[in-house]
Write a protein that binds this ligand. Structure first.
Ligand code: BGC
Length: 703
């Protein structure tokens, strides 16, 4: 309960940071297991730990400090030694342990860490240390929550960034720009007088005078302090906090700060990177880069909304819209399994999932948010071909589906929408809860989508009765949606972009009307000035909805646009991560994160329709290859690690505008390939070279 860093004989145990990671500590606590063989020695051994408040006691929005009642900082450890002769020795935390105050005098996830190096006790975890002045440990009652062994990759310090620029302010402070927004902290190397204190303040933005602008961090103080011990060069980095930042303002540096004195330490859940994409188009490259960095910053034990302000919560909506992109960028299997267990731990007795996990706010069951409970296992199945998670999570999904269905027998999700965020942060919203697309529409569309996924997952796991059951519900919700929202002239709902996009993307438009819905959507997008008005729910599917229905050219235009609002607008304004709002540069500071992956959920489109790497059959045993090959997208390459091996593609525009396309299909896979204007054909393992003539491409630019 709290956070720890263990040491054996003066050496750090493992490389996990901020363990135990965030979870609903009422229900479940993740424990870590390490092989410490090489740290042990013959004779006396010492096992010890630094402890602090950690996620357990930190002040998340609406949760307050110490939300779980009892005093924090409780350590439970167990060292098991298997002797060569077969004997076993077990050492556990008991009343014989000793404690003392350490150099960390304050540590909090949101507010930062204070370290007074004068209070360090050199050698404290080495044999021979005199601990006679230390107090006896208090033997605490065992917490009532279940202990689970952590199986997902831990949070680690993954890379170090050098300063891009160091500037000096008139008052003597230094401001460091790392050139990249990220989650982590700073490591400093400093020489100075004992007792001198250095203060580091972290931010995503600068004021016009060059100082850090911390207003959008809200209640999070994001400040670290280090007091020097005064002996030679001192190297320090915090242990028990993290910040989301690009800039740090350093006060009290004893001399002129040099670039080599400080580095940015990037930390995140250390999932294997699986996807890569390169594009000669700066906007496409920037969007891909910014999305990956927002994923890095927010895959932090849990999938969080943002890494910087007083929030950093496991918002289910952000997760569910982003998961299909996340699964291209990284191997998310273990991470998903962990988060689904969190969802189940706090699932409401009626069946609703909490909107935040671990629950920080009392809301549950929001359409488009709690969908995570169904979308995440579905995505893992699609990307990796594995169905274990479906089985593990099935009963829970059924309860969630029953919770929605029970009061909504007419097939519209009218009741039990709790706090319905709708198409959150859409362009036209006058206020946060504004209804720019009818919330009954977005909710019902989300419900239909989940039902479709339930049918597929029931079939693949041979739950025939369930497949029939959800199939019947799917037909009912589909029919109700069409009746309520789809008009013969191609209008969906109130004619908003998101209404049409969700209806098309989730297959909720009768075949005879699909083209007119798509044409009308394209017309509306153009009428607004070739821009999208979509928020969290509509944005991820926007380009697909157009490209799938004869408007690929318009999708490309939207992708390459740099005027407000667009992804390119962020890139052109120097964003290095995805903004929470389309108008992040001028948005209300009370809710304006510069590192929210939600609007980056469209990045899956880059892999699928620019690189041409899409799931044809679960686990990529079949690859659906349908690259747009629009010459305006320039040249590029992409790769994806799958269970079968690496899938790779490359596209290159020739002088006359013809596009070369090269595809590598790993052993055990087949690719079904359709180039624009061409007919589908199947390719087996190997590397294949294709040409798309520029003359044919014009056909794809309708509308
Ligand atoms: C978060 C979002 C989240 C939302 C709920 C915000 O404060 O940052 O990303 O999904 O609340 O609508």
């Amino acid at each position: 309960m709290g956070a720890y860093e263990a040491e054996v004989n003066g050496q750090r145990v493992g490389d996990a940071r901020l363990a135990p990671e965030n979870s609903d500590f009422h229900q479940r606590l993740l424990v870590q297991q390490y092989d410490v063989t090489r740290l042990l020695r013959a004779g006396d051994n010492v096992l010890g730990a630094h402890v602090a408040d950690g996620f357990y006691a930190s002040e998340a929005i609406g949760r307050g400090r110490y939300p779980f009642g009892e005093a924090p900082r409780r350590l439970w450890a167990r060292l098991e030694v298997q002797m060569p002769g077969g004997d076993r020795q077990v050492v556990t935390t008991d009343g014989l342990w000793r404690t003392a105050a350490g150099p960390v005098t304050f540590a909090e996830i949101y507010h930062g860490e204070t370290h007074d190096a004068r209070l360090e006790s050199p050698g404290w975890s080495k044999p021979g240390f005199d601990d006679s002045a230390w107090a006896e440990a208090w033997s605490a009652p065992t917490p009532s929550c279940a202990l689970h062994l952590q199986e997902s990759p831990p949070i680690r310090a993954v890379m170090a960034l050098p300063p891009r620029q160091v500037t000096r302010l008139p008052d003597g402070d230094h401001v460091i720009d790392f050139g990249q927004n990220f989650a982590g902290w700073c490591r400093i190397r400093v020489r100075g007088m004992a007792g001198h204190t250095i203060t580091l303040r972290f931010a995503e933005l600068l004021n016009s005078d060059g100082s850090v602008d911390m207003r959008n961090l809200r209640a999070a103080r994001c400040t670290d302090r280090y007091t020097l011990r005064g002996e030679g060069v001192e190297t320090w980095e915090p242990r028990f906090t993290y910040h989301g930042f690009r800039y740090v303002q350093v006060s009290g540096w004893p001399s002129e700060l040099q670039a080599g004195d400080i580095e940015g330490i990037v930390a995140h859940s250390d999932l294997p990177i699986t996807g890569h994409l390169e594009s000669s188009q700066a906007i496409v490259q920037g969007l891909w880069h910014n999305t990956l960095w927002s994923q890095r910053s927010n895959f932090f034990g849990l999938p969080t909304d943002c890494p910087q302000r007083d929030e950093r919560l496991g918002w289910t909506g952000d997760a569910q819209i982003f998961w299909p992109t996340a699964a291209f960028n990284m191997d998310v299997r273990a991470f998903t399994r962990r988060f689904l267990a969190d969802l189940r731990a706090s699932q409401q007795p009626g069946g609703a999932y909490m909107d935040t996990n671990p629950p920080a706010l009392p809301a549950a069951g929001a359409p488009g948010w709690s969908d995570a409970g169904v979308v995440l296992p579905y995505t893992v199945w699609q990307h990796y071909g594995e169905t274990e998670l479906i089985d593990e999570h099935w009963a829970s999904m059924e309860r969630w589906m029953a919770w929605i269905a029970e009061p909504n027998s007419e097939g519209l999700w009218r009741h039990r929408r709790d706090v319905d965020f709708g198409d959150w942060l859409s362009l036209d919203a006058k206020s946060l809860m504004d209804e720019t697309t009818p919330k009954l529409l977005t909710a019902t569309a989300c419900w239909a989508r989940m039902l479709g996924m339930m049918v597929d997952m029931a079939r693949i796991t041979k739950r025939d009765a369930a497949a029939g059951h959800y199939g019947a519900w799917h037909r009912k919700v589909h029919a109700a949606f069409v009746r309520e929202f789809v008009r013969d002239d191609g209008r969906v709902g109130n004619d908003s972009h998101t209404g049409a996009i969700l209806a098309l993307a989730f297959g909720l438009v009768p075949a005879s009307l699909r083209q007119s819905v798509a044409d009308r959507l394209a017309g509306n997008v153009r009428a607004r000035g070739t821009l999208l008005t979509t928020g969290f729910l509509g944005t991820p599917f926007s380009l697909d909805a157009l490209a799938e229905h004869g408007h690929a050219g318009l999708a490309v235009e939207l992708l390459l646009r740099t005027e407000f609002p667009s992804w390119g607008y962020m890139v052109a304004r120097g964003a290095t991560t995805i903004w929470e709002r389309w108008n992040g540069d001028v948005g209300d500071v009370a809710m304006n994160s510069y590192n929210h992956y939600a609007l980056g959920a469209v990045t899956a489109f880059l892999y699928r329709r620019i690189a041409g790497i899409d799931v044809g059959a679960p686990g990529f045993s079949q690859i659906a290859v349908r690259p747009l090959l629009d010459a305006r997208l320039g040249s590029g390459s992409a790769s994806l690690q799958t269970a079968h091996g690496e899938i790779a593609s490359e596209w290159q525009v020739r002088d006359g505008g013809d596009v070369d396309y090269r595809l590598t299909v790993p052993a055990g896979c087949i690719a079904s390939v359709t180039l624009p204007g061409g007919t589908p054909h199947t390719l087996g393992p190997g590397t294949h070279q294709m040409v798309q003539r520029s003359a044919d491409l014009k056909d794809t630019r309708r509308g």
